[in-house]
Design a protein around this ligand. Structure first.
Ligand code: TRP
Length: 365
């Protein structure tokens, strides 16, 4: 494993702490980040400020949800010794970059962002807050505070990555580092896994907490079996011997997501009416439960020492803050807003600068 933090490229990805993570998160994004964590210097952001864009009236839920999402990441196999898990609101550079980037983004680009549109419709917003409309700008700051190269995400996040790339290109164009002319940021690439999105148990386009159609990563085997049994299948299929239509079946989509090897055999059997929906669902529930079992084990071991979760977060946030400071140092330099140092030791020279005749002179009316 290459653990050299100076040569490896960086990943940044993460989640909004708005509740438990589900199977859609796992196949869409978590699975990829687990697989890549040793090849990249990986940063996982717990995006609590982004959660506030919709839950600003319930901030008291955040403290719990921040730990919940961290635990979900640890449970799926993120290794706290290999990756950096951080709390968004505790990294000042993210807030600072958000403000600076906001100058480079038009209101129209945000209003036409397809993910913003879908979320706004889903939530029935008549009036979008400035913070909600602008969260993709803040997400660009999430991605770039550590100068990330790669962002593994579900497909609904791609419009935000596109925006980030535009902001970064514009920033680099406008503000090369003085002297070397080097860009401050790499242009980050998005990466959607094999399964970009998982349909909901009810057959709706997306598994989503707000649609109440999820299998959660901490669901018990009995809950999983019950939920899978109720999943929507091919409506034209009444008897087990009727030929099925896998393309319209939710359960088939789940087999494709978590049971890839079985798919060719299942597809043929379903079309021929040789496997019934009940058997197909039982088989799926078993596969999902086998997938979740090691996660449950890891979850239980972390829960035996819950203080360890905060230690992971504090340690990751500390590293992230230092990384953010380094980025801001470069950003200020590139934008020529590094007027003077606020370092204690530099104070005499700051005072000298402020008292210098040229500086005083510029304020003479
Ligand atoms: N918007 C993402 C989601 O809803 C969460 C997120 C916040 C994120 N900041 C990020 C994802 C930065 C990738 C990179 O799931």
């Amino acid at each position: 494993m290459n653990t050299n933090t100076t040569t490896r490229q960086r990943i940044l990805t993460g989640d909004r702490p708005t509740g438990r993570l589900h199977l859609g998160h796992y196949v869409g994004s978590l699975q990829d980040r687990v697989a890549l964590q040793y090849d990249y210097d990986t940063f996982i952001i717990v995006a609590d400020v982004q959660a506030l864009t919709t839950n600003f009236d319930r901030p008291e839920a955040l403290a719990h949800d921040v730990r919940q999402v961290t635990l979900d990441n640890l449970a799926v196999g993120m290794d706290p010794d290999a990756c950096t898990i951080l709390v968004q609101s505790l990294v000042p550079a993210i807030a600072e970059l958000t403000v600076l980037y906001s100058m480079l983004v038009t209101v129209n680009a945000l209003r036409h962002n397809p993910t913003i549109k879908t979320e706004a419709i889903q939530r029935g917003y008549k009036d979008l807050t400035y913070g909600f409309l602008g969260y993709p700008v803040s997400q660009a700051a999430d991605i770039t505070f550590c100068r990330a190269h790669l962002v593994p995400v579900g497909d609904d996040q791609m419009p935000h990555i596109e925006l980030t790339r535009k902001i970064v290109r514009r920033f680099n164009d406008l503000y090369p580092l003085p002297g070397s002319g080097e860009p401050v940021f790499p242009v980050p690439a998005g990466r959607v896994g094999r399964v970009g999105r998982l349909v909901g148990l009810d057959g709706q386009a997306k598994m989503s907490k707000s649609l109440d159609n999820c299998i959660y990563l901490d669901d018990t085997p009995a809950e999983v079996a019950r939920k899978v049994r109720q999943a929507v299948t091919d409506p034209a299929r009444i008897h087990a011997s009727d030929p099925g239509h896998p393309a319209v079946c939710t359960v088939f989509a789940y087999h494709q997501a978590v049971n890839e090897e079985f798919v060719p055999e299942l597809e043929a059997a379903c079309r021929a009416g040789c496997i019934g929906c009940v058997a197909c669902k039982d088989r799926l529930a078993r596969v999902i439960n086998a997938l979740l079992a090691p996660m449950h084990e890891r979850r239980a071991s972390y829960l035996a020492h819950p203080a360890g979760i905060d230690e992971v977060l504090a340690e990751g946030t500390r590293r992230a803050r230092a990384e953010g400071e380094e980025t801001m140092r470069r950003v200020r330099q590139a934008m020529r807003i590094d007027y003077f140092s606020l370092d204690e030791r530099a104070e005499p020279s700051v005072l000298a600068f402020l008292n210098a005749p040229a500086f005083a002179h510029s304020f003479v009316p």
